[in-house]
Design a protein around this ligand. Structure first.
Ligand code: COA
Length: 400
């Protein structure tokens, strides 16, 4: 698609051909300071991934962006997502509309392929805010002093053992049970999560079972050394009962003599978190994630809604980048489902696309949005739009 703007005369954005992926990778390497050699998967076409390039009139590559065709759980239903990654513009072309042109085309194609919402991890929110994404949460990786983790005598009812690749299907099943009723978490069904059947994705894998049924797991990488700087990095940890969570945390505590620090990314409010001394955690890394609807009608209809929520509200929405969202809409929520249809009546509530994102992810209320200017209203009380924020708050657990 050729996009014209006042500074950069013409930017042509299109999906890259396989032989253009290496040039795009080098653009990303310059922006993100990656290793000098590309990993093979970055320069060969792979399923569930579209890489876009922006070119000037002379055919010079100016920028690139990737759409990962993901799925997220939203209150019990898997919603198709455009996860945006690897957005990079050549330094000399920054600030001239290349990023916006890339994101516009990515959104249009994501809409055409059926995506409902989009998420991204932002190094800087400003360019994404300008294009309709808004900050909805943070993914925090924490360091905990291993010696402060609660020790625990092994529960005689539970079996603790080292996992093997044969346990991975049960782990995927447990992950689904914990995540599917939440909002915003990846289903991990994207091809990048496919593991070789005979390989563990980590150094080690601790399993907790009852009568042969998996109740909790922790996948960890040992790291090097056993001095004061040694860290045990827990890549993935979940449990479905408090006993299994306590047992897993007890196993992590047993590392105190050789890895003084345990590093992990807890899922807020889950069974593991309730056994961690979070008050003394130090933040190792914080990644800010942003959300945007791709298609508001699809976003509302493809997700689950709380069964007890019922109501109706009419609002207008303006979306400069995804114009199919612009209009006056009536939202109806009942019996765990919701519908959005266009209406011709006047609305008292005027929502920006960033405001829609904040309500949909339950990161704001109508009153707080009105204070930020992302919602304008001509009625004294805008809270009817809280209907859109009725679901549990969206979360993130996986970086991409
Ligand atoms: C971030 C990046 C991709 C933005 O692309 P770009 O082509 O420079 O952005 P555009 O010129 O299309 O600008 C789009 C909007 O973002 C705004 N914007 C862009 N960069 C900005 C910045 N650093 N600070 C504030 N606003 C910025 C622009 O003003 C514009 O908004 P407007 O139309 O309302 O004025 C580019 O600067 C880049 O490659 N940076 C280095 C790598 C990086 O940080 N990538 C992001 C990874 S998440």
């Amino acid at each position: 698609m050729a996009i014209v703007n006042p500074v950069q005369p013409t930017v042509d954005v299109r999906e890259l051909a396989p032989d253009e992926l290496t040039a795009a990778w080098h653009l990303g390497r310059l922006a993100f300071g990656s290793d000098p050699q590309p990993p093979p998967q970055a320069v060969t076409p792979s399923p569930g991934r579209t890489t876009y390039g922006a070119f000037d009139a002379g055919g010079q590559l100016l920028g690139k962006a990737v759409d990962l065709h993901d799925e997220q759980w939203w209150a019990g239903r898997a919603v198709p997502v455009a996860d945006v990654a690897g957005v990079a513009v050549a330094p000399e072309a920054r600030g001239t509309g290349v990023g916006r042109a890339l994101l516009r085309t990515l959104l249009r194609d994501a809409h055409d392929r059926g995506a409902a919402v989009s998420a991204l991890f932002a190094t800087t929110p400003a360019p994404y805010r300008a294009c309709g994404w808004e900050i909805a949460g943070q993914l925090r990786t924490l360091d905990l002093p291993t010696a402060a983790l609660p020790r625990h005598r092994p529960d005689p009812q539970l079996t603790v053992r080292a996992g093997t690749p044969a346990d991975l299907p049960a782990v995927a099943d447990l992950h689904q049970r914990v995540t599917r009723h939440r909002c915003g978490l990846l289903t991990r069904t994207h091809p990048r999560y496919d593991n070789a059947a005979d390989e563990l994705p980590y150094d080690g894998f601790t399993i907790v079972e009852h009568d042969g049924h998996l109740l909790g797991y922790a996948g960890w990488n040992r790291g090097r050394g056993y001095g004061p700087d040694a860290v045990l990095t827990v890549e993935d940890i979940l449990a479905t009962t408090t006993e299994a969570a306590r047992t897993l945390v007890g196993v992590l505590a047993s590392w105190h003599s050789v890895t003084p620090t345990v590093r992990l990314t807890p899922l807020p409010g889950d069974a593991i978190s309730t056994h961690l001394p979070l008050e003394i955690a130090r933040e190792h890394e914080r990644d800010t994630w942003m959300h945007r609807p791709v298609d508001i009608a699809r976003a509302v209809e493809s997700r689950g809604w709380p069964a007890h929520t019922r109501g109706q509200v009419t609002f207008t929405l303006t979306d400069d980048l995804a114009e199919w969202n612009t209009g006056t809409w009536q939202l109806t929520v009942a019996d765990g489902n919701a519908h959005l249809h266009r209406v011709t009546t006047q609305a008292d509530l005027h929502l920006t696309v960033r405001g829609f994102a904040l309500l949909y992810t339950s990161a704001a209320t109508a009153h707080t949005l009105a204070e930020t200017g992302l919602l304008r209203h001509t009625t004294p009380d805008p809270s009817a739009l809280d209907l859109l924020a009725a679901g549990p708050p969206a979360q993130a657990l996986d970086y991409f």
